[in-house]
Design a protein. Structure first.
Length: 57
C-alpha cells in the first residue's frame, strides 16, 4: 500500500480546499521598504507625530 502525505490526501478528497490552501501558500510576503538610509533614520528628528502617533520618516 502506498503511503500518501497530507497534500495528496486533501487533493484526492476535496479539490476546492486543496486549491485554497495552495493559493495561501503561493502568496509571498512583501519586503519592507524603509525609504531612507539607516543613518537618517537614526537621527533625533527621524520621528514625526501623525494623528497622535509617532511615525518614523
Amino acid at each position: 500500500m502506498k503511503r500518501m502525505n497530507i497534500e495528496e490526501i486533501i487533493r484526492s478528497k476535496d479539490i476546492d480546499t486543496y486549491r485554497k490552501l495552495m493559493g495561501i501558500k503561493s502568496k509571498r510576503k512583501k519586503k519592507i521598504m524603509l525609504g531612507d538610509k539607516p543613518e537618517r533614520l537614526m537621527q533625533h528628528d527621524a520621528f514625526v507625530r501623525v494623528r497622535r502617533a509617532s511615525r518614523q520618516i
